[in-house]
Design a protein around this ligand. Structure first.
Ligand SMILES: [Zn+2]
Length: 222
């Protein structure tokens, strides 16, 4: 019994250490890159969109999530990557930027993930540009930075496979003008706990992993 008790104690300590150690305390493991297609239905100025995606990538990188962007402009005035016209494959996500209804420009949230709640999966999210623009305008803040943060927030939802929010950090439900102006870094990053959740969701077969590993149900031959 003493041996069993000792084993239980060691196990309890191990679990405690595993739960309490923030992501930064473990060896950094960069998970596989996610290819994110950005379908711009608004026609955002190229420099603004590039800047936004740079901000978004940096936020995600700090959470040990590596993303590559493919920009798919709705206004086909030039060449468009061929991938934009194909169905999303494994390890791919889609972020759609749309104008949104004028009457909703003061509304929140800034974006919306499309999730399969029963499976905890999602690969598609929308960001409402009129809400992003209005938020940035009222706060007199950079539109690109707000957009980059909104995109990172939505990708967070997709990786976690949930539309739930946290009280602090980037995954807060409500972003206020005051918070934007105050610009505390911890308000606009994934917290250590969220970083841990993101990695856990991924490694445990999160949205993309489960999608790529899923095998279609066998159907009886008819
Ligand atoms: Zn959200």
């Amino acid at each position: 019994m003493r041996v069993a008790g000792l084993i239980r104690s060691i196990a309890a300590i191990w679990v405690l250490v595993a739960v309490c150690f923030p992501a930064g305390a473990r060896s950094a493991v960069i998970i596989d890159s996610i290819l994110v297609r950005v379908y711009d239905n608004v026609g955002i100025v190229t420099a603004d969109l590039n800047d936004a995606l740079k901000h978004s990538r940096e936020i995600l990188r700090r959470a040990e999530v590596s993303v590559d962007w493919v920009q798919c402009p709705a206004r086909r005035t030039g060449s468009v990557p061929a991938i934009c016209d194909t169905s999303p494959g494994n390890s791919e996500m889609v972020v759609r930027l749309i104008e949104g209804a004028e009457k909703d420009r003061d509304k929140r949230p800034l974006g919306q993930p499309l999730l399969d709640r029963s499976r905890g999966t999602g690969v598609f999210a929308t960001v409402f540009m009129n809400r992003v623009d209005r938020f940035a305008e009222v706060a007199q803040y950079s539109r690109s930075v707000v957009l980059g943060r909104a995109i990172a927030h939505e990708i967070g939802h997709l990786i976690l496979g949930t539309d739930e929010h946290s009280a602090t950090g980037l995954m807060r439900e409500v972003w206020t003008v005051e918070q934007l102006v105050r610009n505390r870094s911890e308000d606009w990053q994934f917290s250590p706990a969220q970083t841990f959740e993101l990695r856990s969701a991924w490694l445990a077969g999160g949205s993309l992993a489960s999608k790529s590993q899923a095998t279609p149900p066998k159907r009886p031959r008819t």
